[in-house]
Design a protein around this ligand. Sequence first.
Ligand code: ZN
Length: 403
Amino acid sequence: MTAPSAADKSANAAAKSVRVVIRNVGLMLSGNLARPILEADTVVIDAGRIVAVGRGADCDIDGADLTIDARGTALAPGLIDSHVHPVAGDWTPRQNQFNWIDSTLNGGVTTMISAGEVHYPGRPKDIVGLKALAITAQRSFANLRPAGVKVLAGAPVPEQGMVEADFAELAAAGVTLMGEVGLGSVKSGDEAGQMVAWARKYGIQSTIHTGGPSIPGSALIDKDVILEADADVIGHINGGHTSLPYGQVCELCERSSRALEIVHNGNERIGILTARHARELGCAERVILGTDGPAGSGVQPLGILRMIALLSSMADIPAEEAFCYATGNTARMRGLDSGEIALGRAADLVFLDRAQQSAGADLLESVQLGDLPGVGMVLIDGVIRCQRSRNTPPATQIPLVIG
Ligand SMILES: [Zn+2]
């Protein structure tokens, strides 16, 4: 019999609801913009939740079933991709790839949020059919987490003819998200506003497509429609891929109070300008990050890390703040129990270090110089899901499971 791997051991530990202690963290990134760096080197996890964060001497580290020596690396909340288009398990028909979610886990992502299962082959657009698809997607991703990643799916794209009772039915069936308004036949501000209002009434969070058409069949959604619709998330405010003129994007930042979602598969220039503008306006807490993948330009397993490095290096945003855009900001705007290293939060965590041979002296400097960090380990609900990433550049130092 072979010895259990660290992943097996960790999964077993979680199954028994026991304690995981993480020691010797060199840099604790909280995910909270108000205090992005914590004076702490230790995290204690019990039954998949964070029960202590602090200096080792101040934490009860006894009784650990699993101890991880961070060896001076950085610990951050698991990254959240606010905008994906999943279809079925770990397969995407968009570029016909398998295991794209597992690959993305290797990019530090622990939660993905569907903006609609729009790549489903032959996607039904009649109302019964779109409700059935949404409920099926919600169920299937709730029943099975590909690679352990939390995929929040089941996001119906609203179509003309939907009535309030449809939203009540969807909510009663467990649907909590509405797919991108504008990808279906609902395109005017007043119609979109009605759908968003019904969704909100039944606790369903909404996202609106922003900018030019993304694929044949979608259409331009401009700032007037977005302001009138008032969806919870201004989806890919930097276009998906074609952006609105920057003046309209500024108006959305200034006149709306909703989430400003910047995506990888968008206009990079507008993404950079939006992040800078939001910070200057004092509303950086509204900035959240997504990939909008899988997409025409493929699957980007490192897409969220690339967004963090892009915004930090090109929009002059301190790296520790850019990490908050992909963690605590998204969790707060989306009502998730992850996204921060704080008491009671789900222990979705990623160990990071500067990539080998980066010009940056440490993790934060390397990101501010535009380099991607290396991922050394990822935990979801306190369970080790991957160790040294197969996709990031190699981290200089990686954590070690010591028992
Ligand atoms: Zn879109």
